[in-house]
Write a protein that binds this ligand. Structure first.
Ligand code: ADP
Ligand code: MG
Length: 601
């Protein structure tokens, strides 16, 4: 017989191999490139990082057929064109120190290679002063590419054709042209609200839908906001500007008389970067409590500027989440500022809501030193990442001492798992005898504790799935799911309806990421169907967990079982005195003896 593929042989271990570059890029693309809008976001960020003053965007068929973006930024040296398409290639950082001082929107060096691996990408650029522009079309390997001279004004053009042509699974998830175009518009709006000094245009299928000249004065900025968020918003909006210690908050909020039925005018920028951060979202909602009726949405465009040392932007591949060192103070500052702005407006009573001149709740932005939408103030650039690394190291120390204590104290309270019974109970041995643990209940309890704590801080982290999972459910359930998409998103579920009776799941709450996504989607659907309509989030969460069997995807090996025991122990701070009878039970030697000696019935 000829040689056997080591990967197919049953009794030898699977061999490890390094992924081909293109496959690695395609996997990375799974995180960064979700749809045409995510491509556009990355490309706009690159243009802004290059200092563009004008960005012109052309898209066709919702961006699926073409996304072309041209800027007048610094350009790319022709010898670097091929490099720009290589993985982990960036001009924005060179060392960890730079990462600590990050002032650019990008820095991971992942976007271009990821996009190039799932589309037909062409890069043309010209640096100021060079005689000609250069063009590069991306074939399979970036180190085999050769740039060709081409006429091009100073700046860069990136064109991305036939997105996902080679990844049909991804292409299947694209929605209608209209929907994809809406998402593109959304990206444009965010970018345009983040950089007033840059001009933007957007054409779809040859039609110019947005033409935004650069805005410098307050009046010009307000005009841009009116174009992007609606004239009614601007008419009712309060402008605000607050400063405290290291924090500045400025922008526009809808004011007491203005709310919306949907979440469409909610923009929050941190140091010029658009974020969708649960902490900030929570702060805004909290400030509007009692002002915006239940079921209505506040409208806002807000800019928070904070010393870069106080915020970590490298939390998520697409960088739309941030982590504040002192989350509590940021949250309180935002709540306090907005409350004050809103109450001044309510107290002012007489001034008619809807006055075309707009409102000034606090000082107008121009009075506030350092206010400039989209520009971070010139904070002293203290290291961001050292602090983060220090914190992590601290966390590990804690873990180490924790487990050291545990081994000093002898066996852990719930003992070492021995085996399972019927894929439901874990039997373990501790110092006192045997312990029987109801694994399903235990998992639920551990998850509930983690999720509830996160929910209180409005900080449930969603873990994106590498490959989205489609789940067939019935149409009525899909309707219900769709109606609560926002709430589910806050719980960390990224669910989207893709057909009448199909939803696609792209992300699940991180604490539940061990469970099968399919199972989770069904739990959620079941929970919502059984739910009072619009139950509050904690109740919804409880309901979802009650419907879940988080052990469904379990391997039931010793490692998994022990892991659960350890998590359960950590949860029970008063562990020894308060055994949770419904979750686990100690069977000690006397019990066992009694059991054996009991007369048979
Ligand atoms: P990152 O933005 O994280 O550095 P990218 O893959 O998005 O990574 O881009 C790689 C590099 O290509 C950038 O660091 C930059 O040097 C260059 N580049 C990309 N787009 C542009 C552009 N529009 N203008 C100038 N340089 C660009
Ligand atoms: Mg980039």
């Amino acid at each position: 017989m000829s040689s056997v593929d080591p990967n197919l042989s049953a009794d030898s271990p699977r061999r490890i191999r390094v992924l081909p570059e293109r496959l690695a890029n395609q996997i990375a693309a799974g995180e960064v490139v979700e749809r045409p809008a995510s491509v556009l976001k990355e490309l706009i960020e690159n243009s802004l990082d290059a200092g563009a003053r004008r960005i012109s965007i052309d898209v066709e068929h919702g961006g699926e057929r073409l996304i072309r973006i041209r800027d007048d930024g610094a350009g790319i040296h022709h010898e670097d064109l091929a490099k720009a398409l290589g993985r982990h290639a960036t001009s924005k950082i060179a060392s960890l120190d730079d990462l600590e001082n990050i002032g650019s929107l990008g820095f991971r060096g992942e976007a271009l290679p990821s996009i190039a691996s799932v589309s037909r990408l062409e890069l043309s650029s010209c640096t100021p002063g060079s005689e000609s522009g250069w063009k590069l079309a991306a074939p399979a390997r970036h180190d085999q590419m050769v740039a060709q001279p081409t006429p091009h004004p100073p700046g860069t053009t990136v064109s991305v054709r036939d997105l996902f042509y080679n990844t049909p699974a991804r292409r299947k998830f694209l929605r209608t042209e209209r929907t994809e175009y809406r998402h593109l518009e959304d990206v444009l709006k965010r970018a345009a609200l983040s950089r007033f000094e840059c001009a933007f245009s957007l054409r779809h299928n040859g039609r110019e839908n947005y033409a935004l000249p650069a805005a410098r004065s307050d009046a010009e900025c307000t005009r841009r906001v009116a174009k992007l968020c609606g004239a009614a918003f601007v008419e009712h909006a309060l402008t605000l500007s607050f400063e405290a210690a290291d924090l500045q908050l400025a922008g526009w909020i809808g004011g007491p008389g203005y709310s919306r039925g949907v979440v469409d005018v909610q923009y929050f920028f941190v140091n010029g970067r658009m974020v969708r951060d649960n902490l900030l979202r929570h702060a805004v909602r909290h400030a509007h409590h009692g002002i915006v009726e239940n079921g209505r949405q506040p409208a806002y465009v807000l800019y928070l500027n904070i010393s870069p040392a106080e915020v970590d932007v490298n939390v998520h591949p697409s960088k739309h989440e941030v982590r504040f060192r002192d989350a509590r103070s940021v949250h309180d500052f935002v709540v306090r500022s907005l409350r004050q702005a809103l109450s001044m407006q309510t107290d002012a009573g007489d001034s008619p809501v809807g006055d075309a001149a707009g409102f000034t709740a606090a000082q107008p932005p121009s009075n506030a030193p350092g206010y400039s939408p989209g520009h971070s103030p010139d904070h002293s650039r203290a290291p961001v990442f050292q602090s983060t690394i220090r914190e992590h190291a601290g966390a590990y120390d804690h873990l180490r001492t924790h487990s050291a204590e545990q081994s000093r104290a002898g066996a852990p309270a719930l003992g070492e798992a021995l085996q399972h019974i019927d894929r439901r109970y874990v039997v373990s041995r501790n110092n006192h005898g045997l312990v029987v643990v109801d694994a399903r209940r235990a998992c639920r309890r551990v998850a509930a504790a983690r999720l509830q704590a996160a929910l209180e801080n409005d900080a449930i982290v969603s873990r994106p799935l590498l490959v989205p999972v489609t789940v067939a459910i019935d149409e009525a359930q899909a309707d219900l799911l769709e109606s609560r998409e926002q709430d589910l998103e806050r719980l960390g579920f990224d669910l989207r309806r893709v057909a009448k009776d199909t939803v696609s799941c792209r992300g699940v709450p991180a604490p539940l990421s061990a469970a099968s996504p399919n199972e989770l989607v069904n739990c959620v659907a079941g929970a919502i169907a059984a739910d009072e309509p619009q139950a509050a989030l904690p109740a919804l969460l409880k309901n979802v967990l009650a419907h879940c069997d988080l052990t469904a995807g379990w391997a039931w090996d010793l490692e998994t079982m022990n892991d659960l025991l350890r998590q359960l122990e950590r949860l029970e701070s008063t562990f020894d005195s308060q055994p949770e009878e419904n979750i686990w039970r100690q069977v000690n030697a006397a019990d066992m003896a009694a059991l054996l000696e009991a007369p048979r019935l």
